[in-house]
Design a protein around this ligand. Sequence first.
Ligand code: PLP
Length: 296
Amino acid sequence: MTALVFIESAHPAGRIADPNTPQLSVLDQGVTRGDGIFETAHYRDGAVRKLDAHLARMRSSAASVEITIPTEEAFRTAVNTAVTEFLKEYDDAASVTLEAAVKIVVTRGAEGAEHGTAWVMVSPVSKSILEQRENGIDVMLLERGYDSTVADRAPWLLMGAKTLSYAVNMAALRHAHHHGADDVIFVASDGLVLEGPTSSVLIATEVDGVKKLTTPILETGILPGTTQGAIFAAAEKAGWELGYGPLEPHHLHEADAVWLVSSVRLLAPVNKIDGTEVSRNEELHRELQGLVDQIM
Ligand code: PLP
């Protein structure tokens, strides 16, 4: 089901490995400290979508955490090898409509090691993700525990880098699930809307025929979403106005539609925030869905 390929200099095309047997050293700091970085991209229509943007963000995350990463060519070759390996299980007809999640990971490696550990994993998209695209999600607002200006003051918090330290993000999701919600929107201690634990926040408004998309300001230290970026680029060409926050919770309640967006889930329309229904303008949703489908 899942294909796994390690990026190693002795194996120019990548080393295919069995994801169901142990592969990592217990000394790897990616395991012992969550010290590493990753990207998750989306395979569909025979291609890994917006791979350039994912590799660019990987480079930026690597610079933040000061980890040396493989070359761009090594990443691309390993991604190709992993996708080819993944597709072997499917016949040609199925592979045309197939979707997959492509995860690229680089850890700091074992203490004192010359280089880190890097691999690519390609797995099927879960059913719950497909359902969220269709049915939408209920979200909870949860406090993030710092204010929206912390990124500048405290670079060691690695704000805006996509590191492996996602335990807090996963705990927030579990908290939401225990309280009957599907997902979370984090809010800074000064009241600004930030992002989801694995997604960016997007809102749409339509006033006198002018459609506008708004997302929280990146200076709050949120991850610059590749999906949000690609949607903004496509929406601008289609004549939408664009805006970057600052957003507060009341803006979400006043919007004509709210989504959580990310590479594999794409557009998940928000139905309720903290139990209160939010507007879900189906026409705006269809239009945005059309733009998302064009993203390559
Ligand atoms: N914000 C966080 C914290 C994320 O983990 C993610 C993706 O996993 C995103 C935003 C959305 O990023 P992208 O659209 O590049 O998948």
